[in-house]
Design a protein around this ligand. Sequence first.
Ligand code: ATP
Ligand code: MG
Ligand code: MG
Ligand code: MG
Length: 510
Amino acid sequence: MTAPVLPAAFGFLASARTGGGPAPDAAFATRGDRTVIGARLRRQSLAATLVHPPESIPETAHAQDADTAVLVAGELYNRAELLSVLPAGSAPEGDAQLLLELLHRYGPHAFRLVNGRFAALAQTGDRVLLATDHAGSVPLYVRLAPGEVNTATEAKTLGDPATPRGFPLADARRVPGLTGVYQVPAGTVLDIGLESGTAEAHRTWTPPLARRVLPEREAVDAVRTALERACAARVPAGGTPLVVLSGGIDSSGVAACAHRAAGALDTVSMGTDTADEFPEARTVAEHLGSRHREITVPTEDLLAQLPYAVWASESVDPDIIEYLLPLVALYRALDGPPRRILTGYGADIPLAGMHREDRLPDLDTAVAYDMATFDGLNEMSPVLSAVTGHWTTHPYWDRDVLDLLVSLEAGLKRRHGRDKWVLREAMAGALPAETVLRPKLGVHEGSGTTSSFSALLIAHGVAEPSVPKAKQQVVRELFGRTVAAGRHPSGVSTAEVVRSVADGLARGAA
Ligand code: ATP
Ligand code: MG
Ligand code: MG
Ligand code: MG
């Protein structure tokens, strides 16, 4: 089952109220047209601003009947499965309508059925449900006040000091610098009583802890089948998918599967004047016959875009920002109409691709730890590419692929002296041998991002041992300016922030 060219909506800012009122004004990082949605239900009202690609039908991101309304940003991937549990003849128009019908059948547990990349708001009776997909891949934020729930796919849109201060929320993470704003956890339905402002969190997904022992062949076939299905569900109907390709096994596997599903493929690779993976990516592009493009970003420009990476991801984790910066720079350099982009992002988490040693005991510890701590990092956020109007989707974090990869026993991940063995073996027939055998190289390494960021700090007088701390402070400061204070990143200077952090550290050391 293929996907529409783009989702009906990329994001929203919405207000559920017992009374009425105008749609709140929004300052999204997401680029797109705005559509205002208003709805009156029996017990509450909805006022929302959707941000969406110019050619989508934003009305299909909203559905309602007398007592229930649903708003969705993003998309569902198991539509056929979901349709099969609705009464025969049901033909919902769009994902919001589909969710509305599922809610009538299953109540809030409807979200346990969904494999998707979405954030949703559902209002029913006097309750407000806020739902994330299993991975929380479309971040969702909330600010609660009596009789009013404000929610948005970007925290910065909830920073308006004129709105009520907000109740504390025990089950959710606070957003630094934005008092009263919380992030809805991954794989969760937050069930809020609109009058009381009390909330209860129901988990809809949790990473599997048990591990499966499978014969080699069975494991390899299962991985290939799951990845092919996930890619097929993500390629655009009647269109050509674009894969951001490094020539590493993860993105090359996605490229092979997307090519097979769509019959055509575009690929793009980024590099800097310091480092690139162009030859390795070209090998794959030539093998698959994709229309391929290389984009070189000068290192100085790359680092100057740090404020954009923080503004888009709303992440305060400096390691994550180093992974995301080259990708944000790549997406920002992609001109032309909005594209549906597939990435190989995230494969290393369930497969412990970063785990560079041959012994097994620590491998599964790394998988369990990373799966328990990914929430809130916003690595998968669609806003990274939506800053230039593009939609990304990550097949390795498809719910079925992820469940399978996490649950394979460590010996299938590290085997015959190779990392990510089961994935490499699954893709062996579809890719050149040199690609299948290529050692892992992180995007932050292949683009020289980590080393250039370190070099910039050292050039400003930061002592080598203080570099990690300085990176943390730079990212925090950029977050404070672009997210908490809501300044546009074009007006925030990496150089100035680096200078002030370096000066602060020097004063502290003196
Ligand atoms: P491996 O993890 O084995 O190196 P990979 O390069 O595909 O495989 P990562 O390095 O983890 O994966 O990078 C994450 C994803 O980011 C990639 O799968 C790819 O989609 C994208 N990416 C990474 N580097 C580049 C690049 N230089 N150009 C374009 N996209 C890239
Ligand atoms: Mg990878
Ligand atoms: Mg790589
Ligand atoms: Mg990787």
